[in-house]
Structures are given as C-alpha cells and as structure tokens.
Design a protein around this ligand. Structure first.
Ligand code: HEC
Length: 105
C-alpha cells in the first residue's frame, strides 16, 4: 500500500518537475526520468520526512558535490556511493536543478 502511494506521489513529483525553471523540454523529460528513482528513498518531491535526508530545496551545487563525492568514494555512505555511480554528470546536474527548485520541507 505504502509503495503504491509512493509511486502515485512520485508521479506528482514528475508533474512538479515540469515547472522547474531553466530546463528545456528534453531536459525536463530526462530529469523526470532520473529523479523518479530518488523518490523511493528521499520521498516524493524530495521530502523524505524520515531518516533519509530530504533533497528538496538543497542548493544545486551542494547536491552535485555530494553526488560526485559519493561517486568518487570520498564521502562515506551506506548506499549512495553505489547509486551515484549509475548516473552521468549531466544527469546529476539535471537532478540537482530539479531538487533545488523544490521548496525546503
Ligand atoms: C535506496 C535508497 C536511496 C535511493 C534510491 C537514493 N538515495 Fe540518496 N541517500 C540515501 C541515504 C541512506 C543517504 C544518506 C547517505 C548514505 O548512507 O548513503 C542518502 C544521501 C543523499 C544525499 C546527501 C544529502 C545530504 O544532506 O548531504 C544526496 C545529495 C542524495 N542522497 C541524492 C540522491 C539522488 C539524486 C538520488 C536519485 C538518483 C538518490 N539519492 C537515491 C538513500 C537513497
């Protein structure tokens, strides 16, 4: 039930993404695709409300730096170091602009 609700809300996150400033239509589409996976742990629209940190409203630069640090293994993590390796630098930039455009919880 919780998973189904999460998926429904993740769709909402994708709609909100369409309002993210400064992205072309093609970038919005790709950002929606890559950011939807993050909602599984970081919550719909980057608001986790739990032990996993919320991403909504974090500075774009900070998100990029953390993702690069996870990727490089310079920031210790339980899971993010594995996930971060699956994304290209441009996908990370897109996710960062998306999450930074959302209001801080
Ligand atoms: C399987 C669960 C899971 C998924 C999926 C996930 N994360 Fe995370 N994320 C975590 C956890 C847990 C942490 C805390 C660091 C750790 O232990 O890995 C974290 C930390 C972070 C941080 C650091 C936040 C801070 O306040 O410093 C960023 C940025 C981040 N994740 C981005 C993402 C992005 C972008 C995605 C989608 C590609 C994503 N995460 C997908 C679990 C997840």
């Amino acid at each position: 039930m919780r998973a189904i609700r999460g998926r429904f809300l993740a769709t909402g996150a994708v709609f909100a993404l369409l309002c993210a400033p400064g992205l072309t239509v093609a970038q919005e589409r790709e950002a929606a695709y890559v950011s939807a996976n993050c909602a599984n742990c970081h919550g719909p629209q980057g608001r986790s409300g739990a032990a996993v940190p919320s991403l909504a409203g974090l500075p774009s630069r900070y998100i990029v730096e953390q993702m690069q640090a996870f990727k490089a293994g310079t920031r210790p993590a339980t899971i993010m170091h594995q996930l971060a390796k699956g994304y290209t630098d441009s996908q990370i930039e897109l996710m960062a602009s998306y999450f930074s455009s959302l209001p801080r919880p």
